[in-house]
Ligand binder design. Structure first.
Ligand code: NAD
Ligand code: DAU
Length: 353
């Protein structure tokens, strides 16, 4: 039996990860530690909330005593740190909370794990590991050619990606200085169920369903490399158990598309399946994001060669699963924006019109 401390488990990827792990492994116990910010939603975990192997603790990863209490009360084998502020646009307008959560929070998680896991002789207990869930955005932006490998120089541009890069450097420092067992995963853009509707794919789905403008930043020809969330969960699962100590792993499935292509795919599916009046006429080009990265593209060869990981869900299948999920879960959507999507949308996007 392995006990996982999963931070940020009430968010998009964290909740998918908890569900994935409980479904695919008998011998795991998961403590979900989450502050429940605007992005955290315990409804994501309804399907597992009565599972005896799952428990929830509300807490902030920057809170030294709250994190210490979890380690004092439970023998933790693995930490998987998902907890973060994650929306690039919010980091442009409010950078400090990103530094606090993503940098200070990571330092606090590392420090508590180190204290709990260090033996009297200074070495670490056997079988423990700290996994930092990082992002491809730490590498910056690509031109038309080439891919991010694990040795691509770090070159973050937004306060979000700079805070994630800083966190990665702290994780590396705990490994280099104290020999703490760690891995870092750097994944490309995820999509799937439970993603907060401020991110491109759920935002466009919801706006199509609500006949709202589809706000395209700049020319819409920026490229992201999309991965179905379960494939990211599978990668994290494999890295925790089989990743070589101290290694970083890029995760992605060579699925690059422009934002306009993604939006076109969503329009076509919603039009065919739900509402024939939805069309490209809803697309509205708005002011570009400041410091907008042009292209991300992951080279996943290392995780494929070393751990045998591969993506299982082709985009054509994953995007349909995702849109169908949002269609079937309109209550979830109403709940995450406090029942008033209209007010939420105007607050977030009114100034872009
Ligand atoms: P999310 O915004 O959906 O969820 C973040 C979760 O963290 C929420 O449940 C929130 O309540 C919690 N949280 C925030 N601040 C906290 C704090 N101080 N203490 C405890 N909990 C706190 O995020 P996501 O999209 O699921 O991303 C999860 C992780 O994966 C992040 O570290 C992100 O950088 C990384 N990542 C995301 C993507 C993506 O496409 N979404 C891709 C690669 C990496
Ligand atoms: O690459 C991994 C990263 O992917 C994660 O680390 C981040 O946490 C996650 O938020 C995501 O960042 P992006 O900035 O790539 O995702 P977002 O959904 O915000 O935007 C995707 C692209 O779509 C980007 O080029 C901006 C554009 N966009 C986004 C929104 C919300 C629009 O054109 N219009 C929009 O309304």
């Amino acid at each position: 039996m392995k006990r996982y401390l999963v931070t940020g488990g009430a968010g998009f990827i964290g909740s998918n990860f908890i569900i994935y792990m409980l479904k695919n492994h008998e011998d795991v116990e998961i403590i979900n530690f989450d502050a429940l910010t605007y992005a955290g939603n315990l409804n994501n975990l309804k399907s597992v909330e009565n599972d005896k192997r799952y428990s929830f603790v509300r807490g902030d990863i920057t809170d030294e005593m709250a994190v210490k209490k979890v380690f004092d009360e439970n023998e933790i084998d693995y930490v998987v740190n998902f907890a973060a502020e994650t929306h690039v646009d919010r980091s442009v307008t409010d950078p400090l909370v990103f530094v606090r959560t993503n940098v200070l929070g990571t330092a606090n998680m590392l420090n508590n794990a180190k204290q709990a896991w260090t033996l009297p002789d200074g070495s670490f207990k056997d079988g423990v590991k700290y996994l930092q869930v990082s992002t491809d955005e730490v590498y910056g932006s690509l031109g038309p050619d080439g891919f991010f490998t694990e040795t691509t120089p770090l070159d973050p541009h937004s306060p979000y990606s700079a805070s994630k890069t800083s966190a990665d450097m702290l994780v590396k420092a705990y490994h280099d200085t104290y020999k703490m067992p760690i891995n870092i995963t750097r994944c490309s853009n995820n999509y799937g169920p439970f993603q907060f509707p401020e991110k491109l794919i759920p935002l466009m789905i919801n706006n199509c369903l609500n006949h709202r403008d589809l706000p395209v930043y700049g020319d819409g020809l920026q490229i992201r490399d999309w991965l179905y969330v379960d494939d990211h969960c599978k990668a994290i699962d494999m890295v925790i158990t089989s990743g070589k100590d101290g290694e970083f792993y890029n995760v992605g499935g060579h699925n690059e598309r422009t934002n306009l292509t993604i939006i076109g795919t969503i329009i076509d599916y919603v039009k065919e399946k739900v509402d024939p009046t939805v069309s490209e006429a809803l697309i509205k080009h708005v002011a570009d994001r400041k410091g907008h990265d042009r292209r991300y593209g992951i080279d996943p060869q290392k995780i494929k060669d070393d751990l045998g990981w591969y993506p299982e869900t082709p985009f054509e299948k994953g995007i349909k699963l995702t849109i169908d999920w949002y269609l079937d879960n309109k209550d979830w959507l109403a709940n995450v924006v406090n029942g008033d999507y209209e007010a939420y949308y105007d607050k977030m996007y009114g100034n872009r019109k």
